[in-house]
Design a protein around this ligand. Sequence first.
Ligand code: GLU
Length: 499
Amino acid sequence: MKVRTRIAPSPTGDPHIGTAYVALFNMLFARHQGGEFVLRVEDTDQQRSTPQSEQMILDALKWLGLSWEEGPDVGGSKGPYRQSERLPIYRQHVDQLVRDGHAFHCFCSAERLAEVRQAQMKRGETTRYDGHCMHLDPEQVEQRLSAGEAHVIRMRVPESGLCRFNDELRGEIEIPWTQIDMQVLLKADGFPTYHLAVVVDDHLMEISHVLRGEEWINSVPKHLLLYRYFGWKAPHMYHLPLLRNPDKSKLSKRKNPTSINYYRRAGYLPEAMINYLGHMGWSMPDERELFSLADMQEHFDASRISLGAPVFDAVKLKWLNGQYIRRLTPEAFMNRVQEWALNRDHLSQLVPLVQDRTERFIDLVPLAGYLVGERPALQASDFEHPSLDATQIQQILQFTLWRFEEMRQWDREALQQNCQDLATAMDLKIRDYLFPLFLGVAGRPVALPLFDSMAILGQDVVRIRLRDALQAAGGVSKKQAKSLEKAYRTLVDSPTSGT
Ligand code: GLU
């Protein structure tokens, strides 16, 4: 059997460290055994998927030195490699399931489903579909379908017993069928859900081994059932431990930058990042600290994956990056610095901002330094302002941080709109509202145009700077955060907020 693995990112945001970690392990697993590694884009969530995000994810993985034998950018014999381009394939398979009695049409409204859920929660039961449409008369179903009634297609699941399966890292796992929902397979918009698409694609793309995050373990019974319904052999499963923040909570952008773009912008070297990701739940047989992608590939052995929660520790990563930087030849160092931010692409973003404001080139560094390097450190006294008190400053920073977390589109216009809306909702003059943001982003109250600056710096860098500014402005305790969150919700949910 040919070993074939895959990474299946959903293009719904920034390229996440977790995606790179899982991609790395899949690639190593396949290549170590002379196999193939596939990249498949799981863009079945029409609302949240964007081509920009797909492009960023592919770029980020390539920047890290990862590559794939098949994918939307390189082609391959088992494509298309974007799920949105495979709709007829899913339709055909789901029709087969309906014909064989393994799936059924469901016409339940969102309201009815919500009521069922509520009632189940009240009774302390696992919330799941109650089977309402499972036994509809076929003739009636036909009628409703031809009348064009909105519907989804759900899979049947056994009513009792246990689903037993083997995880190659964890051994045998048992999940009672009563905990498994009658999963929607095809949505009302004709798109498959992840569960249908992943099974159909892994099979048709001949994926032999699935290595993915442990958050998918509970989905395995649904997938195995689908494999059984189709009469296919399921791939071997390896559920990798989730990356954690140093406090052991799930790695999240609220606590750590999670976008690969951030690390790239901040001047991390891809080989250091890959080396660090290789440390996540894995080690070289000789336990050495510094190793390359080629070293990993040569020695990769899935049995060395440990299930203890791997901590993604920014301090350690920084140390490791320093080790790599120090080992560069002066020539390579110069090249890397140039590639990092002194390249034409990056500089061309700065030109429109600085050219009119420059009389001598020596003005450039103080003017645009914060767009290339770190901004100056802040202290509480920097935030003193004639009309804003400390609480307002904290509110502005915190509310903006929350607002920015929700932003999908990160460009000048979107930033301006969001900030303007928030200032209006907070009943603040835009100038005042922007004061702590200038400080947070540029380290001083007057700087280059702020929205352009934030667009250039990118979401993760801005977020981390604002978070640091909030800390410098006195910080927000857990208790304060709770009441701030309430105030924020009231503000953005009110009809005058413009959201
Ligand atoms: N699209 C899923 C994700 O983004 C892939 C899960 C899987 O590998 O099966 O995590």
